[in-house]
Design a protein around this ligand. Structure first.
Ligand code: DQA
Length: 145
């Protein structure tokens, strides 16, 4: 059976392409899903992109991934900097976890410099624009093959 990678996105990322394009660019989450699917396919992996503005929903998807996905690529949006609950959920997950930020959070306000999710992630992409997702997927592919 082919392996599955969940690409989880947190609050406000549904507005990708429209929201602060000077920071996040003009590509949409649909573009991200298509680019990641293309890379995943090269490795025979199935990718599934999801987005929610609700912390509990993201936690439920991480729980679901325990049974259904061998890897998680997560951009938790602002929950990155606040959510111990998402960190706890990821700590209860045994697959590979990569964290992605479209912008370089370290170049921005100091409250964006700390990430709870980084305490769990095997790798972090920040500041590579939406290409960071596809790059994370490529690394996921080589780890999972
Ligand atoms: C973000 C960075 C976060 O600080 C911010 O709250 C986001 C997006 C990024 O992709 O650059 O919503 O995760």
């Amino acid at each position: 059976m082919s392996k599955t990678v969940y690409i989880l996105n947190g609050p406000n990322l549904n507005l990708l392409g429209k929201r602060q394009p000077e920071i996040y660019g003009y590509d949409t989450l649909e573009d991200v899903a298509a680019n990641c699917a293309k890379v995943a396919e090269e490795f025979g992996i199935t990718s599934k992109l999801m987005q929610s503005n609700h912390e509990g929903q993201i936690i439920d998807w991480i729980h679901e991934a325990r049974e259904k996905a061998q890897g998680i690529i997560i951009n938790p949006g602002a929950f990155t900097h606040t959510s111990v609950a998402i960190l706890d959920a990821l700590n209860a997950y045994e697959g590979v976890v990569f964290e992605v930020h479209i912008s370089n959070v370290h170049k921005r306000e100091s409250f964006r410099h700390h990430s709870y999710v980084s305490l769990r992630a095997e790798g972090v992409m920040a500041g590579f624009g939406v290409e960071g997702y596809a790059l994370a997927m490529r690394r996921m592919g080589s780890l999972l093959k």
